[in-house]
Design a protein around this ligand. Sequence first.
Ligand code: SF4
Length: 635
Amino acid sequence: MLSVEHPERYIGGEINSVIKNKEDISIRFAMCFPDVYEIGMSHLGIQILYEMFNQRSDVWCERVYSPWLDLDRIMRDKNIPLFTLESQDKVCDFDFLGITLQYEMCYTNVLQILELSGIPLLASERYEKKGFDGCSKDADDKVRLGEGYPIVIGGGPCAYNPEPVAAFFDMFYIGEGETEYDELLDLYASMKNDGATRREFLEKAAHIRGMYIPSFYEPRYNQDGTFAGSDIINPNAPSIVKKAVCLDMDNAPYPVKRVIPFIKVTQDRSVLEIQRGCIRGCRFCQAGMIYRPVREKSLETLKKHAIAMIEATGDDEISLSSLSTSDYTKIAELVKWLVETYKEKYINISLPSLRIDHVFLDMMEKIQESKKGSLTFAPEAGSQRMRDVINKGITTEDIMQGSAICFEAGYSKVKLYFMLGLPGERDEDVLAVAELANDVAMNYFDTVPKEERKGMRVMVTSSASFFVPKPFTPFQWSAMDAPESFLRKAYMVNEAMEHAMNHKSLKFQYHESGISELEGVFARGDRKISDVILSAYRKGCIYDAWTESFDRSKWDEAFDENGVDMKFYTQRERGIDEIFPWDFIDIGVTREFLKREYFAAKQGKVTPNCREKCSSCGASSFGGGVCFEKKKQKN
Ligand code: SF4
């Protein structure tokens, strides 16, 4: 262990990690984030499930992350099976291996986890193939639960199109973990007790809301290669899988005792989730659609969580978590309470995802006093026309007003986030990115008198990512830009900034286009993509989300060898009635609504947010959240 970088990633024993007596446990659950420890440890969703599962006396949930490249090599050379952090027991001896899929570029890491665990990569081989070193042998269809390989279950946002990785999972949990896991675990416990087989369990599990068993469906394709739908090949499988939604956020389990790592991780603080979902309806944003409707937590619950978290962790920072913090209806009250309660204790409050206005600055003043760091705006597009196309809901005036307020308050560094390659983008929209950055810099000079600048230079850093159309968004029909086009646009912005009046105050950076293109394939891919992922993994692809280990040439070879054309998945605008591989999932938001929004985007028409006017997206079918706020107030 001492020969690897950060052995602390693998040893467990952190404060608040849960240790149980194996003898008292009937279900052992290995919960995996398929990336390095520092990233995985920062993920709230895993912490929620860890807390929730370990509250059950019959379950022991432990953590496992992707071994970094150095340990990966050693484990393969020495045939060491992957182990969990808490007990250091082999993952292949567990009842479940749960893998969260937070981004598409982790797919080869999923295969790494399976292979190092000694679990066959293909779900179809987990009934018959023999295990390796120490795993149960002779697993076949008659092997009882707990005697064969773990049930490999996937979840997280990428599970909303599970098809590209369907071959590697026994089942997927589609939706929010707080609601159906208890039923699934109860079912497993009783069937294990009764000596049921893996297949018998999957057949019963298929009846629980949100559960998708890919092996019970057989995809069909049209002659032109487009997806034609799936045949149900097991009578227990439903034709539609409805996502699981947690409506009672106040009584949902929450990880107030987060595990405290020995090393610095990406999010090393207490996180207070204030609401789930977003009222805004940006047309590029998958989270904004799949987490509808917005559900807030009450102030009382949040205060209770904050107090418990600080007590259990000793953290010196609380960060509010939400897709759009400003839209939480009691944000001012909450921040006031947090500041009053924790100021004396030197506990910082951080507020990401805020809209920048006077209310925001008032709050920043309260929490930051004299520290003036940089402020972040996400206009996403340079021109107003384009912001209307994506339904961003902010105007150039908002940005100018917001930045002026910040400059007046003493800030001189601004970060702007943009996307290039948005549907319907024209060259003038691209150039508008540089114009907007220049205008923001100019705004500084117009707002702050020379004598007050104290030799400070305003710095506006713009960064652009490559737009990737995602399932369950109005842009699910859209063609993705070609990488050459993205690069051309990035160069255009760069050049325009170099020639801008305030060029010395402008910085521009853009993301790797090769990774985004692959993300585009995986996001809207079908089952044919599984073979490509497997081939790429066999060639050594791993940690593809990391620029330093991403090897595009191996991926190109994998696509060629499997006769799969990347452009078919990325650069093709879909026919309006084309069947998508993810259409079998019901997220509440209807295809009709997404279609309306797709056409509204083409016409540059803005759709109001949920609190201005309900657009009947379909999410009210869940019976809670923002859709019922007004009715509740009237009663
Ligand atoms: S039904 Fe209306 S209020 Fe509810 S999420 Fe959809 S648009 Fe928003």
